[in-house]
Design a protein around this ligand. Structure first.
Ligand code: C2O
Length: 489
């Protein structure tokens, strides 16, 4: 195993990815931030240098490596006020963590307030040189990353939290796009993915979204899903995929259509948001030999992905007994919007950042849910137990469907939002799940094999900011022991 060492400099800049200029918070000076990559087993030493100066956006920060388990390295999880205090301007923080037992498609983003909506988000890929499954699909090229992001023309701090959350003005695919306002430039450059006829590609599609889910498709091409959130799936052939904020998929696409240009589409679920007109919400798949021009292809989907059809490829049997409630601990998380306070609640409690990060509270000897702050938002979980969490859906009028992300784990989705049956045989494992609308009851299971305080929250960043979150404090007594510094080598 190697050590991947790098400095990540955070800075402010004005950029105009859709030809409308705005101030932003960037990692490495680009949007999206630079790709961080390494191999399974590598140790990552990422020194985040906070050079933020612009008072129109947050100047302190904290970076989360979304999907990385941080086993015994809780302090590197980057969730502000859960595992650390924010990194002040002109300061730096070394995130030093090994990635053991994981490979796949991840991402990183600011985990302080709504700062990542201002630009601090980027891809993170862990390769596995000894992967026995890579050859299963005879892929010619797996280097392509496709990031999907909502884009706003104003800094997130201008949002008054007592008003509806901001509406995205553009969809950026790999950092480029055409915004939707009539004043916007319908000829702004789009990202181009170049392919060679006959070759087979693995595309890693990453939902860097602050809010919308995206319906992703490539005109005239079928897609074989092989990975969800860093976990291999049994191959599933579809022609469109809904990607919620925080989710990732690897899809295999064969360049088997006539040489030409084809729209790559990422249509956001924002009402009143103009669709694919003039290349909005799109990028271009361009075959070698095609003219440099916008595509003229049209969209049709006859085989959309169903979440309930996703299966884990490896070890697909969830822990516990194969009946509803057949776990050691059963937790129901009912979320709702409180129209008096204009905040979200989980089981009646609005999450608010504690003054002292939860990890520090635990390391200082607070071990019980009664002692841990924020009061009512911290759930303690015993070690080595099967946990079952059910999350009823909510109505579209309260901002649903909400994609919930759990730090520190992937979990088995034994019931997905688009199904009313439970799958105790071979459900998908992932780290971010759509919890659907009324009548759904998304249910997940995992084993508490990773001591630490783990955030569980809606990945719509505007919703996290107004309280749609809890903390699972797993094995609080073990957390202290498990947080001894990793050995210096
Ligand atoms: Cu991708 Cu708690 O976040």
């Amino acid at each position: 195993a190697a050590t991947v060492s790098l400095d990540m400099v955070l800075s402010n800049k004005e950029i105009a990815p859709d030809r409308i200029s705005r101030p932003v918070v960037l990692a490495g000076g680009t949007f999206p931030g630079p790709l961080i990559k390494g191999n399974k087993g590598d140790r990552f030493k990422i020194n985040v240098i906070n050079s933020l100066t612009d008072p129109r956006m947050l100047r302190s920060t904290s970076i989360h490596w979304h999907g990385i388990f941080q086993n015994r390295t809780n302090f590197a999880d980057g969730a502000a006020f859960v595992t650390q205090c924010p990194i002040a301007a002109n300061d730096s923080f070394l995130y030093d963590f090994p990635v053991n037992g994981q490979a796949g498609t991840y991402w990183y983003h600011s985990h302080l307030s709504t700062q990542y909506c201002d630009g601090l988000r980027g891809p993170f890929v862990v390769y596995d040189p000894a992967d026995p499954y890579t050859n299963l699909y005879d892929i010619d090229d797996e280097s392509t990353i496709i990031t999907l992001a909502d884009w706003y023309h104003r800094p997130a701090l201008e949002w008054d939290e007592n008003t509806p959350s901001p509406k995205a003005e553009a969809t950026l695919i790999n950092g480029k796009g055409r915004c939707v306002d009539y004043k916007c430039d319908a000829t702004a450059p789009l990202s181009v993915i170049n392919v060679i006829p006959g070759k087979r590609y693995r595309f890693r599609v990453i939902g860097l979204s602050c809010d919308p889910s995206f319906n992703f498709a490539i005109d005239k091409h079928s897609l074989t899903i092989i990975e969800a959130d860093g976990e291999y799936t049994a191959p599933l052939v579809v022609d469109s995929v809904v990607i919620h904020a925080g989710q990732r998929y690897s899809v295999i696409m064969t360049a088997n259509q006539p040489v030409g240009n084809y729209w790559i589409r990422a249509d956001p679920d924002v009402r009143g948001f103009p669709g694919f007109d003039r290349g909005r919400n799109s990028a271009i798949l361009r075959y070698q030999g095609a003219l440099v021009a916008d595509p003229t292809t049209t969209y049709s989907s006859t085989r959309p992905m169903k979440e309930t059809s996703l299966r884990a490829l490896i070890d697909p049997k969830p822990p516990g007994s194969p009946v509803v409630g057949g776990a050691d601990v059963k937790i129901n998380l009912a979320h709702a919007f409180n129209f008096q306070t204009l905040r979200f609640e989980v089981n009646g409690v609005t999450y608010k950042d504690p003054k002292v990060p939860v990890l520090l509270q635990i390391l200082s000897g607070s071990y019980t849910a009664q002692e841990l702050l924020p009061k009512g938002s911290v759930y303690t979980l015993p070690p080595n137990s099967v946990i079952e969490v059910s999350m009823p859906g909510s109505s579209a009028s309260t901002g649903g469907p909400h994609p919930f992300h759990l730090h520190g784990h992937t979990f088995y989705v034994v019931r997905s939002a688009d199904s009313d049956v439970y799958n105790f045989a071979n459900p998908v494992r992932r780290d971010t799940v759509n919890t659907g609308l009324e009548d759904s009851n998304t249910t997940i299971r995992f084993v508490t094999d990773n001591a630490g305080p783990w955030f569980l929250h809606c990945h719509i960043d505007w919703h996290l900011e107004i309280g749609l979150a809890v903390v699972f404090a797993e094995d609080t007594k073990g957390t202290k022991a498990h947080n001894s510094p990793i050995p210096r080598t």
